[in-house]
Each structure stands twice: as structure tokens, then as C-alpha cells.
Design a protein around this ligand. Structure first.
Ligand code: THU
Length: 144
């Protein structure tokens, strides 16, 4: 079976992603910031994965919605993220924070598209020149 690529997505696919992100947002645990977030993504094999933010009394321990999404991705068999949507409590597009752009990028398909508040953008546009496994391996190899 051939992999799904970002250009395959129809408007109906984007609506389904948005709806799943809204469903996830409704489950968020955000008693401290009261800023509920839901995230959803399409995997290159057609699976949908999602997550919500989970806050903690130790504020720094908070898990962003993307953490839950990536955890579900890996737990359910891995794969590459093709398309991503993140919403706030009003169902409006929410920009992933810098840390979560890095987290998502490690699992991104080539040309992964994110629904940003300013419109759809690729992973390269939202996180150019990112740190990757190649950067780690280059230095580790030099040492051995
Ligand atoms: N948050 C996310 O879940 N994802 C992001 O990319 C941005 C921020 C959450 C963390 C915290 O629970 C709340 O939004 C306010 O920062």
C-alpha cells in the first residue's frame, strides 16, 4: 500500500482532522491556565492520532497536547505525520509551541503540513534548520 502524502488531503480530510482536534480539546485537563488545547494528525498509513494538554500543579511538568499525540503515534505503531491540526477552546487554530515543533518534526513526513493560525504551512516553514538525529550522529561518530 502506498503512503499518504500531504498533497493527498482533501478539504473533508482537513475538516475531519479539525473535528478530532476539537474532540481531544474537550478532554483537556487545564485547571491552571484554563487554556484547553487539542491536537490531531493524520499518519502516512491513514491512522489518526490525537492528544490534549494535561497540566500539573508543578506547572513545568505540564504536557502539551502534542506530547499526547506523539505518544499515541509511537504506541500505535509509529509512522510519519502527514498533516496536523491544533485547536484552542474556540476550535480556532493554535500554533504549536517551539518545543512541540521540535517534537513533531522528528516524526514528520516530507512536506508535513500544519494548520496554523495564519494558514497551512509546512514543517520546514515552521521549524527551519532544525536539530535532527543527523546532528547527534555526526558528532558522536567523530568521537568514536
Ligand atoms: N499548550 C499545548 O498544549 N500545546 C502547545 O503547543 C502550546 C501550549 C498548552 C500548555 C498549557 O497547558 C497551555 O497550553 C497554556 O500554555
Amino acid at each position: 500500500m502506498s503512503s499518504i502524502v500531504p498533497t493527498d488531503l482533501t478539504d473533508a480530510d482537513w475538516r475531519a482532522l479539525h473535528d478530532l482536534a476539537v474532540e481531544a480539546m474537550a478532554q483537556a485537563y487545564a485547571p491552571y491556565s484554563r487554556f484547553k488545547v487539542g491536537a490531531a494528525a493524520l499518519v502516512d498509513d491513514g491512522r489518526l492520532v490525537s492528544g490534549c494538554n494535561v497540566e500539573n500543579a508543578g506547572y513545568g511538568v505540564t504536557l502539551c497536547a502534542e506530547c499526547g499525540l506523539v505518544s499515541e503515534l509511537v504506541r500505535t505503531g509509529g509512522g510519519r505525520l502527514v498533516a496536523f491540526a491544533c485547536v484552542d477552546a474556540h476550535g480556532r487554530a493554535c500554533a504549536p509551541c517551539g518545543r512541540c515543533r521540535q517534537l513533531l518534526s522528528e516524526h514528520a513526513a516530507d512536506g508535513m503540513v500544519l494548520a496554523m493560525p495564519s494558514g497551512r504551512m509546512t514543517i520546514d516553514e515552521v521549524l527551519p534548520d532544525r536539530f535532527t538525529a543527523d546532528d547527534v550522529e555526526r558528532v558522536v561518530d567523530e568521537q568514536s
